[in-house]
Write a protein that binds this ligand. Structure first.
Ligand SMILES: NC(=O)c1ccc[n+]([C@@H]2O[C@H](COP(=O)([O-])OP(=O)(O)OC[C@H]3O[C@@H](n4cnc5c(N)ncnc54)[C@H](OP(=O)(O)O)[C@@H]3O)[C@@H](O)[C@H]2O)c1
Length: 204
């Protein structure tokens, strides 16, 4: 059988298994299939009920379909980074804060009580401030190593030379104690967890 790619999905339930109680035919749902399974670039997809969540009434399905993987990735990284040692108020640097994943990470980190520093192009700075960033850095105009004070955690959504430890100026930043590189994310949050946060966050 050929492999059908795609993880994010949103749509209307057509059938449910005999033991499914949380969903009914006609429900609007979204989720992300397992990374090894794929299959969402298709007209129909099957998924375990445990990884499916209801789409809030005010969210169109086309927008909902863009949420799960980006938000789950941000969720996984952010709650590790922003709540390290159970402390609120950690300083968290989010590289690539204006991207699909970064816009969720900025909001989740802020919800955790973190002090959020985000890098982006200058034209995205107003957006990042609206999402809750305390500091914004134009990566085209300054090197973050030169303008950001030490932080407790880094969520790296850019990689390459930006990656802490490979940067030539890495040594100038004294205490990067932990960083999260999301090229190969580990996903464990359920879409339903994201839905809970989703209701009170800004969706762009
Ligand atoms: N989206 C997902 O579902 C998902 C899931 C798992 C992992 N990932 C991984 O997460 C990473 C980000 O994905 P994404 O979907 O969020 O990407 P994206 O929407 O394309 O956003 C990338 C952002 O990176 C910023 N950027 C580019 N060069 C930069 C630099 N040198 N310093 C700081 N920021 C820089 C850009 O900011 P400006 O526009 O402000 O210039 C852009 O907004 C990728 O490695 C991707 O593979 C994504």
């Amino acid at each position: 059988m050929p492999f059908t790619p795609g993880m994010d999905f949103a749509g209307v339930v057509r059938e449910v298994g005999s033991e499914v109680t949380d969903f009914a035919v006609g429900d609007r749902v979204f989720g992300a299939t397992l990374i090894t399974r794929g299959g969402s670039y298709a007209e129909y997809v099957t998924a375990p009920a445990a990884i499916v969540a209801h789409v809030p009434e005010n969210i169109p399905l086309g927008i909902a379909a863009a949420v799960p993987l980006a938000a789950l990735t941000a969720w996984e990284a952010t709650f590790n980074a922003a709540q390290r040692d159970g402390r609120a108020g950690n300083r968290v640097l989010i590289q690539g804060g204006a991207g699909g994943t970064g816009t969720f990470a900025v909001q989740f980190a802020k919800q955790c009580g973190a002090y959020v520093i985000a890098t982006s192009s200058a034209h995205n700075h107003d957006l990042l401030r609206k999402l809750g960033a305390d500091e914004v850095v134009d990566y085209r105009g300054a090197r973050f190593e030169d303008v950001v004070d030490p932080v407790d955690a880094v969520i790296d959504l850019v990689g390459g030379d930006v990656r802490c430890g490979r940067s030539p100026s890495f040594a100038k930043v004294a205490c990067w104690s932990r960083s999260y590189h999301l090229r190969t994310p580990r996903l464990s949050a359920r879409p339903s967890q994201v839905v809970m946060a989703f209701a009170c966050l800004t969706l762009i």
